[in-house]
Design a binder for this molecule. Structure first.
Ligand code: AMP
Ligand code: MG
Length: 421
């Protein structure tokens, strides 16, 4: 099979993963989830016209001509507090003291701020009239009974959550999140709880992948490290296939001890591709269980063993798949255009992801490489604020040229992949 482009691989993945079902969660736990139904208002808010200010409710016609030289004086005949219904109809040449949020009385059309008045006993003087109708929030300005106030697929931000609270949604229908298993493979790997052995390689990938899932709101399960033999792999991969998604790292290449792909195939996984034209990240395998009903099947990623490659592949392929499964419409990291601080190497026919830091000046963003870019140099990823994309059609970019950078430390997403191939 020839290498797929990054964008073709992304499209192939999205064809094979589906939104999960709906579950109900408590209001506070719905933050950052995706709303699974339209939500309509069950009330008007405000429930009646209310004052937007502490001040005086009055009839504009009475005060239209007021000025500093000839102030208008009105008798204050009522004192209306928030949560209290007005008892008195306000007649001409009268006013009611009114608090913010209190219902406006009959007979008035304007509220003047207390700061723009002078009170003497029960008489208020108006020196500068506000506009007619000022400082009144109309009934239903926020919510109108029966109207859809939130659409299905809305991401639940704090502002959205506040609306849900206003319409009394103590329980919120959201798209379910997939269960995810993480399996690192390799005889050389040392688990975090093992004593340090200078001859081994500490397992970074399981923890990096766990953190990447967690940053998307998904609590993944770490399986025990699998050895590079078919029996151990078969057992551990079988365990992983009980989950909605399995992330295996390492052993997916063409080396003599790379058994992940054939073992997955033997376990009934259909492999859709196993090589993508990118660096870091080639090889990268993707498959799904043959089960036609995906909801009880598994999406499997065979990620490269090199830690940077594994993390970059998660960003390009796993994260969009997880976001799609959890109901998000914006699947890809927000990209910005940045100027290169120095030349950056590419590779014809491969999309190259360079780990960069970003500075911002009058001319926009400036991108600087985080240093050695080998796919095992994890420090390049630890320092990175973004992934700069050198398109496959170019073998490099020069200092001063512009390129797209995926922002890694910001949880803002977009519809477009942001990768030029
Ligand atoms: P592989 O893809 O299995 O050939 O592994 C490629 C490189 O990545 C090797 O140097 C491995 O030691 C390293 N590697 C594989 N898995 C991990 C892991 N979980 N954590 C850190 N390094 C790993
Ligand atoms: Mg290996």
């Amino acid at each position: 099979m020839s290498d797929l482009s990054v964008t073709d691989a992304q499209a192939c993945i999205l064809e094979h993963v589906k939104r999960l079902g709906v579950e109900t969660v408590a209001l506070h736990n719905s933050l950052n989830r995706v709303l699974a139904e339209d939500v309509s208002a069950n009330r008007n808010h405000p429930p009646y016209d209310v004052s937007a200010m502490d001040g005086y409710a009055l009839s504009f016609a009475d005060i239209a001509a007021a000025s500093t030289d000839s102030p208008v004086r009105l008798n204050v005949v009522d004192d209306i507090r928030a949560g209290q219904m007005p008892q008195v109809k306000i007649e001409r040449a009268q006013a009611a003291r009114i608090m913010t949020g209190a219902p406006t009385p009959v007979g008035i059309d304007t509220v003047i701020r207390v700061e723009d008045t002078m009170l003497n006993g029960d008489v208020v003087s108006i020196l500068t009239p506000p506009k007619q109708g000022a400082n009144i929030r109309p009934l239903g300005e926020n919510l109108k009974t029966g109207y859809v106030v939130l659409k299905q697929s809305a991401m639940i931000t704090p502002g959205v959550l506040a609306i849900l609270a206003m319409v009394k949604k103590k329980e919120v229908p959201v798209f379910a999140r997939p269960s995810v298993a993480i399996l690192s493979t390799g005889d050389e790997l040392e688990a975090i709880d093992d004593p340090v052995d200078e001859n081994k390689i500490p397992n970074a990938n399981s923890h990096a992948l766990y953190a990447q899932c967690k940053s998307l709101g998904i609590e993944a399960t770490l399986l025990d490290i699998a050895k590079d033999n078919q029996e151990d792999l078969r057992n551990k991969l079988t365990e992983g296939l009980k989950y909605d998604m399995l992330l295996a790292s390492g052993g997916v290449s063409v080396g003599h001890h790379d058994f992940v792909r054939p073992t997955l195939e033997a376990l009934g996984i259909t492999m859709h591709f196993w090589c993508v034209a990118m660096r870091p990240g080639h090889p990268l395998a993707f498959g799904t269980s043959k089960n036609s009903n995906f909801e009880s099947g598994t999406a499997v990623f065979g990620l490269p063993g090199n830690p940077v490659a594994s993390m970059v592949c998660f960003e390009q392929f796993v994260a969009p798949a997880l976001r799609h499964m959890t109901g998000h419409e914006k699947l890809y990291r927000r990209t910005i255009k940045a100027r290169l601080a120095h030349d950056m190497k590419g590779s014809l026919r491969k999309t190259i992801f360079i780990r960069v830091t970003l500075q911002h000046d009058e001319q926009g963003y400036l991108a600087t490489s985080t240093g050695a870019q080998g796919s095992g140099v994890l420090m390049s990823m630890a320092l990175a604020e973004g992934l700069l994309v050198v398109p496959a059609r170019q073998d490099g970019l020069k200092a001063g040229e512009f390129a797209s950078v995926q922002l890694l430390q910001n949880m803002d997403f977009q519809n477009e992949t942001g990768v030029e191939v």
